[in-house]
Design a protein around this ligand. Structure first.
Ligand SMILES: Cc1cc2nc3c(=O)[nH]c(=O)nc-3n(C[C@H](O)[C@H](O)[C@H](O)COP(=O)(O)OP(=O)(O)OC[C@H]3O[C@@H](n4cnc5c(N)ncnc54)[C@H](O)[C@@H]3O)c2cc1C
Length: 392
């Protein structure tokens, strides 16, 4: 059984690993000339790390990751702790796998190392996808036609494959953008920052955590704005982040002052779809369900997609591929759509203006944390049997 996977982001790489484990011969086709991942942090919740363990990749990924003991939500103006949730060993025990924070490049490298180079075609842009009753194919920019029993389109938030499969549909600007930076942890050593925190303020929130075994501080500072280009490499104007977060707790401002090179990323999403597959072609990852990153679940959902896809396509014949894809979508679509909505709602809640609504939110969060060990987004970490792979 032969598959073509379009796009070598985290979703496409994870799908390639998963399908190969399920016995498929896979060709991974990527438009860039080299495997690339930006210099930024990523959090991997236990729903993702359980899958990485199944793939035999957890040790390699965890070796360079940090394992925060907890998550603090703080008030923007003075850093007062609104509430704190458990992570670390408690989360690992409860969810069967660790909560990790790491450098994206480290994750990407670990996934790429599990794919043999003969299975990869770099510098190859897909310009069309087609199929008939017995096979599917992609057409490349150089005019080649590559055929397989299955095509997985993991082409990200700007997905063209969605349009080819389901008609006109574009990425939607979320009304928020993020400044992101990585700085040596030593630069902020004396500030007394919490280990891992989400600071909440009017129209803004800021997340920081450590990666590369604690050597680097990853900062993501989100703000509402009318415009934002979706680019991992667009740079913020010097001084722009400090101006945007003026008046925040001095520690936050100091972090932004010391950040050096800051990038500005316009956050885009895709509208939920009623289905992800057509015949023997399916979407996976951001192409299927790009979401705002306010519950740190986009890549995790892509990784779970990959595992469920591999399970659904184990021991199938060519004729059974469309039915198996239906099974994959049935097991994934409702959950991913719910996480998309929960992530958007989290943003609304994070960005309330000072006043009665924000005070009520803080009281609600404190009451929730008093009654629950884990943050509300942990609902997505507990992938049940109907929702994907459970711990091995
Ligand atoms: C600021 C920010 C912070 C985030 N933090 C987290 C986090 O902490 N945890 C988490 O789980 N998620 C997080 N996410 C979400 C996560 O980054 C994405 O969900 C994830 O990277 C999506 O992976 P993907 O493989 O689906 O898409 P992508 O990574 O976009 O990969 C798509 C690939 O397809 C290739 N491609 C596109 N078109 C073609 C074509 N025509 N032909 C060939 N190749 C093509 C592209 O070059 C690319 O390599 C965050 C997102 C943002 C914006």
């Amino acid at each position: 059984m032969r598959a073509i996977v379009m796009g070598a982001g985290i979703g496409g790489l994870a799908a390639t690993v998963s399908l190969r484990r399920a016995g498929w011969e896979v060709l991974l086709v990527e438009r860039t000339r080299r495997f690339t991942e930006v210099g930024a942090g990523i959090q991997l919740a236990p729903n993702a790390t359980r899958v990485l363990r199944r793939m035999g990749l957890l040790d390699a990924v965890a070796a360079l990751a940090t394992r925060p003991a907890g998550l603090s939500f703080c008030t923007w103006s003075d850093g007062a702790e609104i509430c704190r949730y458990a992570l670390g060993a408690e989360a690992e025990e409860a969810f069967g796998a660790p909560y990790l924070q790491l450098h994206r490049a480290d994750l990407h490298r670990a996934l790429a190392a599990a794919v043999p180079s003969r299975s990869v075609r770099l510098d190859t842009t897909v310009v069309g996808i087609g199929q008939d009753d017995t096979s599917a194919h992609v057409t490349t920019a150089s005019g080649e036609r590559l055929e397989a029993d299955l095509v997985v389109a993991a082409d990200g938030v700007r997905s063209a494959s969605r349009r080819w499969l389901f008609g006109a549909d574009e990425a939607v600007f979320s009304g928020t953008a993020a400044y992101r930076a990585l700085l040596p942890a030593g630069e902020v050593a004396g500030l007394g920052l919490p280990e891992y925190a989400v600071w909440l303020g009017p129209d803004r929130h800021l997340v920081h955590y450590r990666v590369r075994r604690g050597d680097l501080l990853n900062v993501v500072a989100v703000f509402r704005t009318r415009s934002g280009r979706e680019s991992w490499t667009a740079r913020a104007e010097p001084g722009e982040p400090v101006r945007e977060f003026a008046g925040w707790d001095a520690r936050v401002v100091t972090v932004l002052e010391r950040a050096g090179q800051v990038f500005r990323y316009g956050i885009h999403t895709r509208a939920p779809l009623a289905r992800w597959h057509l015949g023997r072609v399916t979407l996976l990852g951001d192409s299927a369900h790009a979401m705002v990153p306010f519950q740190a679940q986009g890549a995790a959902q892509a990784i779970v997609d990959a595992a469920v896809l591999g399970d659904a396509l184990t021991d199938v014949t060519p004729d059974e591929v469309p039915g198996a894809l239906e099974g994959y979508v049935r097991r994934r679509l409702a959950t991913a759509t719910r996480v998309q909505a929960d992530s958007a709602r989290a943003g609304e809640d994070f960005h309330l203006p000072d006043g009665p609504e924000a005070r009520a939110r803080d009281a609600r969060m404190a009451a929730h944390a008093a009654a629950h060990r884990f943050a509300p987004q942990a609902a997505a970490w507990a992938a049940g049997p109907a929702d994907g792979p459970t711990a091995p």
